[in-house]
Design a protein around this ligand. Sequence first.
Ligand code: SAM
Length: 329
Amino acid sequence: MAELHWQGKEQVQPERISGHLHTRETYNGEASTEDTWQNRLIQGERADVLMALQAEFTGRLDLIYIDPPFMTERNFMSGSQLAYSDKWQGDLDTYLQWLAGTLRLLHTLLAEDGSLYVHLDWRVSHYARVILDALFGANLQGRGSGFQNEIIWHYQSGGRTTRRYARKHDTILFYTKSARYCFHGERIGEKRGAQKRNHMRKETAEDGSVYWSIASNGRTYRYSEESIMTPADVWSDISHLHQRDPERSGYATQKPEALLSRIILASSEPGDLVLDCFSGSGVTPAVAETLGRRWLASDQCNLAIAATRARLLALPARKPFIVQEIKDT
Ligand SMILES: C[S@@+](CC[C@H](N)C(=O)[O-])C[C@H]1O[C@@H](n2cnc3c(N)ncnc32)[C@H](O)[C@@H]1O
């Protein structure tokens, strides 16, 4: 199988446990007395956090979404304060070593029927895809484990260059650990409707209801206008957060809740465990909470932890959660 090489790849040391999780804050919420689970917001570097979670959560995470640094070579601010630096001095080898180490740890934590979504852009998504193919499987026949989709999140924000086509999409890679995984296109799809959108033939039944039909390989497929279509892998219906968006917290690179809602609804069930180890403004835990999923969220930046804590506390209803940090062992 084709494989990606970078300088230093062969010298990868397995990550070592450098600390343990220490609870520093507890927030009560609505929970039944027999339910002892507490969601967790953890401050820490991703490898430290993911290693510290191994003992308890190996093979137990149902859904992971990550939106890591994209190798933009920029510093990102939250107001006047530095939120995080995405500067790598142009050293792609170092970045790939870091990304591959993260993806390996996530693969270990993922449940056998779990799903991973990795959010990147034009800079490194193609490298990530080859690394993920090696870890999960390239799934070239399309029916197995590993690669499921390259989702294109197309938006309109930002300026337009005159030097090339304007870069207006992020890439979200969707992988599953096995061929048996949770996916609910019907929860996030839209009705086929009565408007023509492709080459299907329109038929109107005696009662006035509309059907769409198409013949393929000697069979005719027929769909009611009421049937739900699984969304395609190009998403242009979710807007980037604009400056005055009420959802905007001021935290750099904040993603819209609609994006996470779609992913969480499609790839998890209520009560499932969701992880985001680059959780920034807290979009993943906030949406997971609202949709009744359990969650683990972490970030190394104290501004991110503060923004997420405030966001969770502002929710109208919430389960208990704790805030943890990594303490040296
Ligand atoms: C692109 S932002 C995530 C934004 C988030 N999805 C949201 O919607 O708000 C990346 C996040 O990764 C965090 N981060 C960067 N390097 C990290 C590391 N080595 N360990 C843990 N967190 C890190 C940054 O602090 C930042 O909050």
